[in-house]
Design a protein around this ligand. Structure first.
Ligand code: PXP
Length: 255
């Protein structure tokens, strides 16, 4: 059954990036999470990286205690991160690849080749009642491998699409078609499908229009846009663009 509504998860990592540039408490990512809730976010996403370059352990603790919205805890498949996830038991955990030298999560997880390493993490998180998602490229092999591991959710990496859309409409369309096909495949094999990375006002609508996608996770653009218009306004505008794209596509299908 295609999802009619589309959730917005606001990633607050880069509020912490700005805070950490000066080493003090301001701006506080937990305050941003509270504001995101008021502006229409359905969840908060935060990535505790091994090097703690943005979100810190104490941010995760405060997000769990002070914020009513469900937390999507992005984590590498390491024993340290598993221990932290099991201690806090967030609503969801998204397994992501992580390399110290990268500026951001540059590609999806290779679930197909990493099954043996990933399986115990998926199982331990699942057993603790944490909804596990695998952050993967729009590739049917990766979707099938995620299904085989027993993860209930996948998040499709939209970075390639966003980069391609900046280069040309034709290249953007090619990458978008891969996301559309991957979302349809996810639905066929019984996986809940999320998407995210690199989305902004100019790129969100075609992804939001895909009926089988249940959630978008968006961060960097919103925090950057907040410099100009404020975080509340940026989130509200993103929410409105997502909702309009979803309503228009539903209308087009029933016409
Ligand atoms: N989803 C995942 C799994 C991510 O790793 C990130 C970036 O941390 C995002 C979504 C959000 O990407 P962006 O900050 O580019 O919107």
């Amino acid at each position: 059954m295609p999802h009619r509504s589309l959730r917005l998860g606001v990633n607050i990592d880069h509020v912490a990036t700005i805070r950490n540039a000066r080493g003090g408490p301001h701006p506080d990512p937990v305050r941003a999470a509270r504001l995101a809730a008021d502006a229409g976010a359905d969840g908060i996403t935060a990535h505790l990286r091994e090097d703690r370059r943005h979100i810190t352990d104490s941010d995760i603790e405060r997000l769990m205690h002070d914020i009513a919205l469900p937390l999507n805890f992005e984590m590498a498949a390491t024993d340290e991160m598993l221990g932290i996830a099991l201690k806090h038991r967030p609503h969801a955990a998204c397994l992501v690849p992580e390399r110290r030298e990268e500026r951001t999560t540059e590609g999806g997880l290779d679930v197909a080749r990493g099954q043996a390493h990933l399986r115990p993490y998926v199982e331990a998180l699942g057993k603790a009642g944490i909804r596990v998602s695998m952050f993967i490229e729009a590739d049917p092999r990766q979707l099938d491998a995620s299904r085989a591991l027993g993860a209930p959710v996948v998040e499709i990496h939209t970075g390639a699409y966003c980069h391609a859309a900046l280069r040309s409409a034709a290249e953007g369309k090619r990458e978008l078609d891969r996301i559309v096909a991957a979302a349809a495949h996810a639905e066929r094999i019984g996986l809940e499908c999320h998407a995210g990375h690199g989305l902004g006002f100019d790129t969100v609508a075609p992804v939001a229009a895909i009926a089988s996608i249940a959630e978008l996770n968006i961060g960097h653009f919103l925090i950057g846009e907040a410099v100009f218009s404020g975080l509340d306004s940026a989130i509200r505008r993103m929410r409105a663009l997502m909702d309009k794209a979803r309503a228009d596509s539903a209308g087009a299908r029933s016409a």
